[in-house]
Ligand binder design. Structure first.
Ligand code: 5GP
Ligand code: MN
Length: 408
């Protein structure tokens, strides 16, 4: 009888293991004793570094939530290679937000302590409210220092790609990334990752933020002793940013446990809120007043609000990168509003932000109509068409979602 029970438990466990493709791959490899094949991303074969792409097989604990796919090997496989110093580039999406910059710099402070030669490259400039982050002054802006950055990318052994999952989100840096023969590693929490572009990685949409995932990575490396003030400040800022200061559903018990751990280790958190949210110039508030008064349209039948911002508005109030951050959230504070959309006439593109409450899927909406993506309740997109065409397009396509939007 005991043996039959044991057999049932073993069959159940085996079925669970097969549910996760990556674990199945890892187990198959382990049982078949095959070496793990290093897949290189990008088309270029120049500057191949055969040694740096030979991950040693390690046994992943059963039921570890790796969420890797057939294209991408579990990030856990990287952990036993962390002690061998490499040339590392860390990059993130254009116009990095607190999560993108926090994850990049948090990982920077971790890897430098392990003896790696690390450079953080941002595809574009960033908001001034991120400049307080430790080592932010060492981050290179790709658009300003293209030649230097191309060289770093070309010479890198590893390139960590944080808080984005399609190379196109790195704007002009995409060609350089595609051509680099470095091993590319993804850590991200957005939907529908371009897994074929990465050798190792973890993509987990259940995570609040990439900063939480970097924390998990450090924890699973067994080197929590390296979690210093610099890392904690950067990671806290990102989790705070992406959870709307711990308000969204993504602020899980695990997130609060992480924050508790940081607090036990001496993190001062109020200064981080002030650095990010209380650090604007007067013009930004005048701008918000102007926009809410003159540029916000509400459709109560569709429970939708649209805000549009022209180039003139940006110029008149001397708006800088980051000054429009959070603007899309204002209409969600209005009773009954389920979807808030913001379109801004940026230099060469029209940039969209979408936020929703409840069961409206912003990611699919942004992907379907505005060449974008993101999360279920927060996504973005872009368009080459004029501001007027974009506004009209939004008003037209939103009619298709009447049924979803009119019920709260
Ligand atoms: P935001 O509206 O704050 O710019 O972006 C909201 C979310 O959508 C973020 O997680 C961001 O990474 C994602 N996102 C913003 N713009 C785009 C885009 O053009 N393409 C994709 N795939 N995701 C975007
Ligand atoms: Mn994020």
């Amino acid at each position: 009888m005991v043996n039959v029970r044991l057999l049932i438990v073993i069959i159940f466990c085996a079925a669970k293991v097969r549910e996760t493709r990556q674990l199945a791959i890892c187990c198959n490899r382990f049982f078949e004793r095959q070496p793990i094949v290093c897949r290189r991303s990008g088309a270029s074969t120049k500057n191949q570094k055969p040694e740096s792409c030979k991950p040693k097989p390690v046994l992943i604990p059963l039921f570890y939530p790796t969420f890797a796919t057939a294209h991408m090997q579990a990030i856990q496989l990287l952990i036993d290679q962390l002690n061998e110093p490499r040339k590392v580039v860390i990059t993130t999406h254009q116009k990095p937000d607190p999560d993108a910059m926090g994850a990049s710099l948090g990982l920077y402070h971790f890897l430098t302590q392990l003896g790696h030669e690390v450079q953080v490259i941002s595809p574009t400039n960033w908001a001034a409210f991120l400049n307080w982050m430790p080592a932010c002054n060492l981050v290179s802006d790709y658009e300003k220092f293209k030649e230097k950055c191309d060289l770093l990318i070309n010479e890198a052994d590893w390139i960590f790609c944080l808080d984005f999952n399609t190379l196109s989100r790195t704007k002009r840096m995409i060609t350089s990334l595609q051509q680099s023969s470095a091993v590319k590693i993804l850590i991200d929490h957005h939907r529908e990752p371009e897994t074929e572009a990465f050798v190792y990685g973890i993509s987990d949409t259940s995570k609040s933020s990439t900063c939480e995932m970097v924390y998990d990575f450090i924890k699973s490396s067994g080197r929590m002793d390296l979690l210093n003030q610099e890392i904690m400040q950067c990671l806290y800022a990102g989790v705070m940013g992406d959870t709307g200061s711990f308000r969204f559903a993504s602020a899980t018990a695990t997130v609060h446990e992480m924050v508790a751990e940081l607090k036990h280790r001496g993190l001062q958190h109020t200064i981080i809120h002030e650095n990010i949210y209380d650090n604007f110039l007067e013009g930004r508030f005048r701008f918000i007043g102007h926009v809410l008064l003159h540029r916000m349209e509400i459709d109560y039948e569709l429970n939708t609000a649209l805000i549009w911002v022209s180039k003139n508005d940006l110029l008149k109030y001397e708006m800088k990168t980051g000054d429009t951050e959070g603007l899309v959230n204002y209409p969600l504070g209005i009773q009954g509003i389920k979807l808030a959309a913001l379109v801004i006439d940026r230099d060469e593109k029209r940039k969209w932000s979408f936020r929703s409450k409840g069961d409206f899927d912003c990611n699919t909406f942004a992907r379907t109509h505005f060449n974008g993506g993101g999360h279920y309740n927060a996504a973005g997109g872009e368009s080459d068409d004029s501001l007027e065409v974009n506004i009209q397009q939004f008003k037209t396509v939103i009619q298709q979602y009447k049924n979803q939007l009119e019920t709260f």
